[in-house]
Design a protein around this ligand. Structure first.
Ligand code: ATP
Ligand code: MG
Length: 158
């Protein structure tokens, strides 16, 4: 389904902003102009729900979560950044594996099965995109994914 990703992403962020019960502030860096992508909306919503839930789950009191969308060649890059506990560099690629969880003791009390990011990866790959993480322990984590984006000639003119 072809949809304008920007208002769609805003609606998802709105839903989390209205229901969160933590002192975490949201910062949106989304373009003002439309970006049309061909996606499975239900699956993309699951991807974003998983990533945003993690960002909130691992955020400290008073932390900020930043949402951004950038264009790069024929892709858009969607990023969700938090100021949480971070992920040790030796585990940064493992977090997309099924049932992988950093520090079993820490994550046990926060709940979850370790499937969220494995599912997100599968769904992003099915859309022709990639997913990756950058993180600094004690400072925060950025989860980014790309989606193919066919810039139309009209877009180039505007
Ligand atoms: P589930 O999503 O199935 O409820 P989960 O959140 O533990 O469980 P994933 O979403 O797959 O599983 O994440 C895997 C692991 O990666 C997490 O257990 C956590 O250790 C680490 N992780 C994921 N996102 C973050 C983040 N934003 N900050 C710090 N650690 C993270
Ligand atoms: Mg999760």
């Amino acid at each position: 389904e072809w949809i304008n990703f920007i208002p769609y992403f805003h609606r998802i962020i709105d839903r989390f902003e209205l229901t969160k019960n933590q002192n975490v502030s949201f910062n949106r860096k989304l373009p003002e102009y439309p970006i049309f992508v061909d996606i499975d909306v239900d699956k993309m919503t699951q991807v974003l729900d998983n990533i945003i839930s993690n960002a909130l789950k691992y955020s400290p009191e008073g932390g900020q979560v930043t949402f951004s969308v950038e264009e790069e060649f024929n892709f858009i890059i969607v990023s969700i950044a938090d100021e949480g506990v971070g992920i040790p560099s030796e585990n940064i690629d493992n977090i997309f594996e099924r049932f992988f969880r950093v520090d079993k003791a820490r994550t046990r009390k926060l709940g979850g099965t370790g499937l969220g990011l494995a599912i997100a990866k599968e769904m992003v790959n099915a859309h022709g995109g990639g997913i990756w993480a950058t993180s600094e322990e004690g400072k925060g984590t950025v989860i980014s994914f790309s989606l193919p984006y066919e810039r139309s000639e009209e877009d180039d003119w505007s």
